[in-house]
Design a protein around this ligand. Structure first.
Ligand code: GLN
Length: 509
């Protein structure tokens, strides 16, 4: 995944690029920025509807699933999305090249969303499998392509990734507004009815919009003139020849390993096998401990990566419930109106991205100002987890109030604000630290470990969300409280273990 390319520092003209701050970056960044914007538009646009669609009764066009079953499907789908990025990255490195991987992946994602756009009982799983496979090919490799635009000593690299993260969140902000309007608004349902369409099938118009978004991203990639010439088909810098069989063997081994892991994770949903979920924490902890005993710096750094994986997993386990527990809380227990303006409940899903867009420049300025005095990565992880704990503490009184009827939308505004502050402290920091901890040749492996944390976290988000009961506010409050406690304990553990983790990290801060 760590490609290298000789790219002339381009001087793209055009007002849009200048406004977004893309001018002065390599030419390819604009293409990748907009392609990823539209891919994330499709991902978050569909995700905003997914659980609501699964639990909606058939009379409202949904699948009428119990919330606990929908939560497991959500967890397994989002787990697969991130887990498949491991073989997806290796497939690009060994066989396809990053550009072909993102094109094939993008086409599969669009096909998946259009499958979901068909109102038929079989389309759900087919659509989700296509999106998960496609995202596995698309997401890691478009990030690698961004990295490939900058040489090892190019000081614009971090700024380039910050811009890219902005593109992700512009997509994440716009998408629920569009898909939520199409799927949930009375205006859209009325429009459908007037034109002879079935108004309860409005969900599928939302899914179709996600497919249109990905198609736009795909067209941007397919028709650009910058990338094909500048991005190598495969990373010759990796030190192996594309013709030799060993990379293919590596791809087969990684794919088989990933599928075996996925099978074990899915098995952990079966009655009697839930104990396997303890392994998500215990196995990485045991690996970290074992590596920490090594006298070799490289091994100790891998130990630090596994500690960060555990922190990230707990973080995502709570954060990624945005698409399930919080989506249900917004839909069933919150007033969807501000200052007399009523809106679809899926619009709450835009708040995280909105806050990223607002807060990212502030955090960038803060780290610049603090310079050498800024906290180390483990401390930032602890602070991020603490923000997350606070966000779920906030949901305790909100849940208790819900016993009296729908609660104020400001609870969720507060929740998303705190969670986004936490995200800013953990997500970009973790990504950057993993790539720095890895030896130059193994950045792909480090990203794989990072995405494994996201995969297991998303899986646990689905598991934790099975406790959601809108009719039992006390139980809901209890569930938010113990999860806040879990994040709080993880934060304390990171603060307490900071000297040890820093020791493992060596010279990396
Ligand atoms: N919100 C970010 C994205 O969509 C990060 C998600 C994650 O790593 N779990 O890219």
């Amino acid at each position: 995944m760590n490609l290298k390319a000789d790219i002339e520092p381009g001087t793209p003209s055009g007002g849009v690029l200048a406004v977004l701050g893309l001018a002065g970056h390599p030419k390819g960044l604009g293409v990748l920025f907009f392609a990823e914007l539209w891919e994330r538009f499709s991902y978050y646009g569909m995700r905003a509807l997914l659980v609501l669609f699964m639990v909606a009764p058939a009379a409202e066009g949904g699948l009428g699933m119990p919330a606990a079953e929908a939560a497991l499907v959500y967890g397994n789908y989002t787990m697969a999305v991130y887990l498949l990025s491991i073989p997806g990255g290796v497939a690009a490195d060994t066989l396809l090249g990053a550009r072909a991987a993102v094109l094939i992946g993008g086409a599969m994602i669009a096909a998946g969303h259009f499958t979901l756009a068909i109102a038929h009982p079989w389309t759900l799983y087919a659509g989700l499998i296509l999106v998960a496979l496609g995202t596995g090919l698309f997401k890691p490799n478009i990030s690698a392509l961004v990295g490939s635009l900058y040489g090892p000593h190019d000081t614009r690299r971090d700024a380039g990734f910050s811009l890219f993260y902005m593109g992700i969140n512009i997509g994440g902000f716009l998408a629920p507004l569009v898909t939520g309007f199409l799927a949930q608004s009375p205006a859209m349902k009325g429009w459908l009815a007037e034109r002879g369409f079935d108004p309860i099938a409005s969900w599928h118009w939302g899914f179709a919009a996600a497919g249109v978004g990905m198609t736009i991203g795909l067209l941007i990639l397919a028709f650009n003139r910058t990338l094909p010439k500048t991005i190598p088909a495969a990373p010759q810098s990796e030190g192996h020849d594309r013709q030799t069989p060993s990379p293919i063997l590596a791809l087969v081994a990684v794919t088989a390993g990933t599928l075996a892991l996925m099978a074990l994770i899915l098995l952990s949903d079966r009655a009697g096998f839930e104990f396997l979920r303890w392994a998500y924490v215990l196995v990485p902890a045991a690996i970290a401990f074992w590596l920490s005993l090594s006298l070799e710096d490289v091994q100790r750094r891998y130990g630090a990566m596994f500690v960060l994986l555990i922190g990230a997993m707990i973080f995502w386990a709570i954060f990624e419930q945005a698409g399930v527990t919080i989506a249900l809380f917004a839909d069933q227990l919150t007033r969807s109106e501000i200052a007399g303006f009523a809106f679809p409940s899926a619009w709450f899903q835009s708040l995280n991205s909105l806050f990223v867009i607002l807060l990212a420049p502030l955090f960038a300025a803060l780290w610049m100002k603090l310079g050498e005095r800024q906290p180390s990565s483990p401390v930032k992880f602890g602070l991020g987890l603490a923000c997350l704990a606070l966000s779920f503490v906030l949901m305790v009184p909100a849940s208790i109030q819900a016993a009296e009827g729908r609660v104020s939308p400001w609870w969720l505004v507060g929740l998303f604000f705190l969670q986004t502050v936490g995200e800013m402290l953990l997500s970009p920091v973790g990504l950057a630290t993993m790539t720095r901890l890895a030896p130059a040749r193994a950045v792909g492996l480090a990203l794989g470990i990072w995405f494994l944390g996201a995969a297991l976290g998303n899986k646990l988000a689905g598991v934790f969300a099975t406790g959601f009961q809108s009719a039992e506010p006390q139980a809901l409050a209890g569930s938010f409280l113990w999860q806040a406690g879990l994040a709080g304990l993880a934060a304390l553990a990171f603060f307490a273990l900071t000297p040890w983790i820093r020791g493992l990290m060596g010279s990396v801060k």
